[in-house]
Design a binder for this molecule. Structure first.
Ligand code: ZN
Ligand code: FE
Length: 255
């Protein structure tokens, strides 16, 4: 059984580590900060087999160079479309590719997820999804380089995954996202329950992640734009129109 560990970094980032008991290797996803990763690997007496990168932002890529110096044998795998922005990439991938990390006997499929950045990708190995800054618990990424339509379609490709999918998002934004979601759907009882659950976790300084896709479909407004009642409430006549409106409203929202 693989083990999934979110290493907190900076204010609210997580660097996901995947490893196995009795296996000396790990892979990490989006190591914005090398120090926390090196500290973890030294504590656990493990070494790095691969670095997976979802997109070019510095809080996801800033630690690559130092990790590569410390663990020269590890491979750096990331989006072909962002090659020019991430000098350290060694293996370039696009949607539909499969990626193998033989040291962990692990394989995943690459998803193209444009929207937050133009070349953003995700990595899926059932039931685990590394979705970077595309999907958050009860939220989604900001539009920096793509259109609302692109991000909407990216989220649609993720909601098609099985109910038991574990969303390994890269930021602890859940409570702030719930505050926005409650302003959209104050009557959503699943959301009210999830708020209590997440408040308890944060009080214990525990991550609210990974998030379960089955639950996100009930509580994440950005995955609920097909809902006709919600569309009517906001006078929109399509899922994309509602999504576009919600994404803009979230940018303005102050709790
Ligand atoms: Zn980002
Ligand atoms: Fe980020």
């Amino acid at each position: 059984m693989p083990e999934l560990i979110p290493l907190p970094a900076f204010n609210d980032n997580y660097i996901w580590v995947l490893t196995e008991q009795h296996n000396p290797y790990c892979l990490v996803v989006d190591p914005g900060d090398a120090e926390v990763v090196i500290q973890f690997l030294q504590q656990q007496q493990k070494t790095l087999a691969a670095i997976l990168i979802t997109h070019h932002h510095a809080d996801h890529t800033g630690g690559i160079r130092q990790l590569k110096q410390q663990y020269p044998a590890c491979r750096v795998i990331g989006p072909a479309a962002e090659k020019s922005k991430i000098q350290e990439l060694e293996q370039l991938v696009v949607g539909g590719d499969s990626v193998t990390v033989p040291e962990l006997n692990w394989q995943c499929r690459v998803f193209d997820l444009p929207g937050h950045t133009a070349g953003h990708i995700g990595f899926y190995s059932a039931p685990v999804l590394f979705c970077g800054d595309t999907l958050f618990s009860v939220g989604c990424g900001r539009l920096f380089e793509g259109t609302a339509k692109q991000l909407y379609q990216s989220l649609q490709s993720l909601t098609a995954l099985p109910d038991d999918t574990l969303l390994c998002c890269t930021h602890e934004y859940t409570l702030a996202n719930i505050a926005f979601a409650l302003s959209i759907e104050p009557e959503n009882t699943e959301l009210q329950l999830y708020l209590k659950h997440c408040q308890q976790k944060r009080q214990l300084s525990e991550p609210t992640l990974p998030a379960l896709l089955a639950n996100e479909r009930k509580v994440n407004p950005f995955l609920r734009c097909e809902n006709i009642v919600l569309q009517r409430k906001f006078n929109q006549n399509s899922a994309l129109a509602l999504f576009t409106l919600l994404r803009q409203a979230k940018d303005q929202f102050k709790s």
